[in-house]
Design a protein. Structure first.
Length: 304
């Protein structure tokens, strides 16, 4: 029997909860990125000719995803989950608020017509495992619709901090969470048993007067460093000053503003159902590809 692979634990879930709890008090002032991702999810939901009676929102923050969905008339009752008490309490005005860890979904199989998440899953250690949990929770032909930060997010900040730390201390420490590459997302969904997977990404660029304003926004979102391997002592002020200098020199626009890039990956998948379209079996195509291309068809093994 194949041994189960152990999942590396990257994140301090206690610290993630603390960060989100502090952010819950003024989150509306910093929720522009969540709103941008929620609009993209709402656009996709609007195209679906379905009504979803009971839904789950993983890492709901203050429940604003439900606000973006409200005008579509496609959602019944939404259960909002978040690690932070403050967010779970705030989200109750849009449905039910429940407190639990992002990677733990303690619900019965086939309980939900749809599972959503908007910009929280990059804090999950076992993303493939979470996808499998979500798949089990969906009723047949149930919808998984999520967005998460992709691997190209905050590329400028990562580079500036890494160079500054090397300049000042001669070393590197983990500062930014590793984020999923869109090229891997489709494979994760297929492994989870989700049908008809679709993943696409958008790049959103936000301009700032300086790096410290960007870091203030990240704190307001609850997105500070929560890596288990992070430095446990305060970072030298010189590192941040040098990083701000590098950021300005390397990336500043003509007006002095610096860009911060965010990659928003949007993912759609479905719990399998017999009514869904199925890919054709090899050899059942109605027309030969070689005929359409006006070329000879060859066996990939023999070349003949």
């Amino acid at each position: 029997m194949m041994a189960r692979m152990s999942v590396p634990i990257l994140f301090d879930q206690r610290l993630i909860r603390q960060h989100r709890q502090r952010a819950s008090h003024r989150y509306a002032d910093f929720a522009f990125l969540k709103d941008a991702a929620a609009i993209r999810l709402a656009d996709r939901l609007e195209l679906m000719r379905r009504h979803f009676d009971l839904c789950l929102d993983i890492g709901a923050h203050d429940g604003r995803l439900a606000q973006h969905f409200a005008g579509l008339g496609k959602i019944g009752h939404m259960i909002h989950t978040d690690p932070a008490d403050g967010f779970a309490l705030a989200s109750k005005q849009h449905g039910s608020g429940v407190v639990h860890a992002l990677g733990d979904l303690p619900y019965k199989p086939e309980s939900f017509d749809a599972v959503f998440s908007c910009l929280s899953l990059h804090w999950v250690d076992d993303l493939p495992g979470l996808m499998m949990q979500a798949r089990r929770l969906l009723k047949p032909d149930g919808l998984l619709l999520v967005s998460l930060l992709g691997g190209n997010s905050l590329a400028e900040l990562k580079q500036a901090l890494a160079e500054a730390e090397q300049d000042i201390t001669g070393g590197l420490s983990p500062r930014c969470a590793p984020m999923a590459d869109i090229r891997d997302i489709g494979g994760l969904m297929s492994r989870a048993g989700l049908a008809l997977p679709v993943a696409d990404s958008d790049r959103l660029t936000v301009n700032y007067p300086h790096m410290f304003k960007l870091m203030e926004d990240l704190r307001g979102m609850g997105e500070q460093n929560a890596m288990l391997a992070r430095l446990k002592t305060p970072t030298r002020r010189r590192v941040f000053m040098r990083a701000a200098e590098i950021y300005q020199q390397r990336f500043a626009r003509a007006d002095g503003q610096i860009p911060a890039s965010f990659e928003i990956v949007t993912v759609t998948g479905w719990a399998p159902h017999e009514s869904q379209q199925k890919p054709l079996r090899p050899g059942t195509a109605a027309h030969r590809l070689a005929s359409a291309l006006e070329s000879d068809e060859k066996d990939p093994e023999t070349g003949a």
